[in-house]
Design a protein around this ligand. Structure first.
Ligand SMILES: *[C@@H]1O[C@H](CO)[C@@H](O)[C@H](O)[C@H]1NC(C)=O
Ligand SMILES: *[C@@H]1O[C@H](CO)[C@@H](O)[C@H](O)[C@H]1NC(C)=O
Ligand SMILES: *[C@@H]1O[C@H](CO)[C@@H](O)[C@H](O)[C@H]1NC(C)=O
Ligand SMILES: *[C@@H]1O[C@H](CO)[C@@H](O)[C@H](O)[C@H]1NC(C)=O
Ligand SMILES: *[C@@H]1O[C@H](CO)[C@@H](O)[C@H](O)[C@H]1NC(C)=O
Ligand SMILES: CC(=O)N[C@H]1CO[C@H](CO)[C@@H](O)[C@@H]1O
Length: 614
């Protein structure tokens, strides 16, 4: 007791904690946050929000804890100063997703809490899992939860989890089982169960939500047998566990990747035991350097170039018991009746095009001619599809604009973008929506068409417009939209139903008539997130039947009837070698993360001008 008092006293003396800072006692000790008074001229809400940043939820995963499941944070004495973000997890630099001055460290398992003050009942809790391809990002930059918490009347929690080799290196055996990043997420959710009541939160009303790799994570958490009781609702924004090329079942390949990585880290060893032991002694900086994706050496050394990320999730028998593909197909995941909201953007694929136009990164309009389209066509299909000419032809059959196919002036950008978006994001989301519906969950589906690229819903969800520090002013129509979206999201977190009521925002007559119905099979209704907020049905039904049903059948059929010739084998190998996996990977990750603020700001401005046109 006296030790605690002294520690408190010392903290006060140091000047970091002020007498009126909110102090909350969690299981492992006390934390001091800060008071933020939320107010903005464009919304009537005025709320006091207690903000706690950089609360440790696990022991630093360093030294012997590297490549292991995280351990709960052991108790501390005194008051932990929770005013600044904890360090982000180790990650390569990303021009498109800068960390805004956040420091990086292997000691990165921190979370942040935005708790509006209320006299009322316990508040629902929304736990945000950031995107960035499981390689970059943090719960800090871009995810200031103050506005969402204040306007939506929920507690917002954002978390860090280990990334890249630190989060996912696996030797394919018991020496390094992988999925540590997911285990960090599980521990953070357990922490929320144990502690959120102290912040005024309701541990029985936890919604997990995430974008891109965050959404991928959300679905993994739903498939895992380890997460029972940790959440009841889930929102997946542009990402699913079955997205192609981000999962690796083959244990031999896992081992090859790990040993390849060992070579890059001066740990060339014969056994995985020695390898992991050696890798635990490498400095975090050197390990990060070795894992730096832009070097692309790993694909070179291992010959494994058909993955979008070098250290993908694996079946570890603990967090994950089988491939997500199989679990979703067979609907053999834990059926807990989780309420689910899932959605994608109208133009998910366009950003990926930049991979092939490195010199035009800043151009808003890219012209993709037929020749180049045909040239790059198969590079993004995935090794199983690109080596199968029947599959490649079938895809073109659906996505090429045949009416103008022979004209030199035809721009193939849209063909590319839609193929890519449907294959990686939209149709996996369709498959997930159906699977979860058929497994008995309440499902709400959306597609955002208003600003259509990957990640562009995030500013609307977090209400960047209301955050003075973001410097992200939206045109009036978009302000209405961000308010609606924040209400959809937080209503869902409260009741499992996103629909707006008159008290939320002023509803137009049209909106009153176009409520957001449940996604059902049959029915397939969804909400179009645009200024009109229309209800529509059968999103990409034909394309998704094509990807989810026809293509697997076609592949099975053609594989059974056409054994590979020697030439085709060689062709395949050559393809593997030629593929510029470095660039693909780097660009993919960059895009999978959010667009740079500047870029988006430009777009918004552009949109604003466009809206002003009569
Ligand atoms: C990959 O290997 C090829 C041939 O061995 C070599 O020319 C190339 O520089 C290597 N690339 C990288 C990124 O190491
Ligand atoms: C794009 O713009 C950025 C910032 O203005 C600049 O640093 C970069 O070199 C440009 N890239 C290209 C390919 O022009
Ligand atoms: C097609 O586009 C590529 C890449 O932009 C360019 O190098 C090529 O010259 C173009 N070909 C024709 C026929 O326009
Ligand atoms: C977070 O947002 C609130 C208002 O939405 C703002 O007052 C505060 O300064 C922001 N905090 C940071 C660290 O950016
Ligand atoms: C905010 O954005 C405007 C317009 O893009 C820019 O002129 C201004 O310098 C920015 N302010 C800050 C503080 O970043
Ligand atoms: C279709 C639907 O679920 N509508 C609901 C939208 O939200 C309002 C307010 O909560 C409900 O009254 C509706 O039933």
């Amino acid at each position: 007791m006296s030790a605690v008092r002294i520690a408190v006293f010392v903290a006060f003396l140091l000047g970091s904690i002020a007498a009126d800072d909110p102090i909350v006692e969690v299981k492992s000790g006390k934390v001091a946050g800060r008071v933020v008074e939320f107010a903005h001229e464009d919304v009537e809400v005025k709320r006091t929000v207690y903000v706690f940043r950089g609360i440790p939820f696990a022991e630093p995963p360093v030294d012997d804890l590297r490549f292991r499941a995280p351990e709960p944070k052991s108790p501390w004495e005194g008051v932990h100063d929770a005013k600044e973000l904890g360090a982000a997890c180790m990650q390569p630099p990303s021009p498109i997703f800068p960390l805004d001055g956040e420091s990086q460290s292997e000691d990165c398992l921190y979370l942040n809490i935005y708790a509006p003050q209320t006299g009322a009942d316990k508040l629902p809790v929304m736990v945000w899992i950031h995107g960035g391809g499981l390689v970059i990002g943090s719960g800090g930059t871009g995810y200031n939860g103050t506005a969402l918490a204040a306007i939506g009347d929920v507690i917002v929690v954002t978390i860090n989890y280990r990334l890249g080799p630190f989060g996912y290196l696996s030797t394919g055996d018991e020496h390094a089982t992988g999925n540590y990043g997911f285990l960090d997420q599980v521990l953070a959710l357990q922490w929320v169960q144990d502690n959120i009541a102290a912040f005024g939160g309701d541990a029985n009303k936890v919604t997990i939500f995430g974008e891109s790799a965050g959404a991928i994570s959300v679905e993994y958490l739903m498939l895992s047998p380890m997460t029972n009781g940790l959440f009841t609702r889930a929102i997946m924004e542009s990402g699913t566990s079955t997205m192609p090329a981000i999962f690796l079942s083959d244990k031999t390949k896992q081992s090859r990747l790990a040993h390849g990585f060992g070579r890059l880290s001066n740990c060339e060893k014969d056994t995985s035991e020695e390898l992991v032991q050696c890798l635990r002694s490498v400095s975090a900086e050197d390990l990060k350097e070795a894992g730096n994706l832009q070097s692309g050496k790993l694909a070179n050394i291992t010959g494994i170039s058909d993955l979008l990320i070098p250290f993908p999730p694996v079946v570890d028998g603990n967090f994950l018991t089988a491939s997500p593909e199989g679990l979703i197909r067979e609907r053999s995941f834990p059926k807990r009746g989780t309420d689910i909201m899932i959605g994608t953007m109208a133009d998910e694929g366009r950003g990926f095009l930049i991979v092939f136009f490195a010199d035009k990164a800043n151009d808003t309009e890219i012209f993709l001619n037929k020749t180049y389209y045909n040239e790059i066509f198969s590079t993004y299909l995935g090794s199983d599809k690109k080596s199968n000419p029947a599959v490649a032809d079938a895809i073109k059959q659906i996505y090429v604009d045949w009416e103008d196919e022979d004209s030199d002036d035809t721009n193939y950008v849209e063909s590319f973008s839609q193929t890519h978006g449907d294959m990686y994001l939209v149709c996996p989301a369709d498959r997930s929506a159906r699977a979860h519906f058929l497994a008995g969950s309440k499902v709400y589906l959306y597609q955002m068409t208003h600003i259509p690229s990957h990640g562009e819903e995030v500013p609307f969800v977090f209400g960047w417009h209301f955050d003075s520090a973001m410097n992200w002013t939206m045109p009036d129509d978009d302000v209405m939209m961000t308010l609606k979206i924040m209400k959809y999201w937080t209503n869902f977190a409260k009741t499992g139903n996103p629909n707006l009521s008159d008290g939320d925002v002023e509803l137009t007559e049209n909106e009153k008539q176009t409520e957001w119905p449940l996604f059902k099979v049959p029915g397939l209704e969804y909400k179009d997130l645009s200024l009109k907020m229309e209800t529509k049905r059968a999103l990409k039904a034909k394309e998704c039947a094509f990807w989810n049903d026809f293509i697997p059948k076609l592949m099975k059929h053609t594989e059974a009837t056409q054994p590979c010739s020697k030439e085709e084998e060689n062709e395949k190998l050559k393809y593997k070698e030629e593929e510029n996996s470095d660039l693909l990977l780097m660009r993919y990750l960059a895009d999978a993360a959010q667009k740079s603020k500047e870029d988006d700001h430009e777009k918004l401005k552009y949109k604003e001008e466009e809206n002003r046109q009569p």
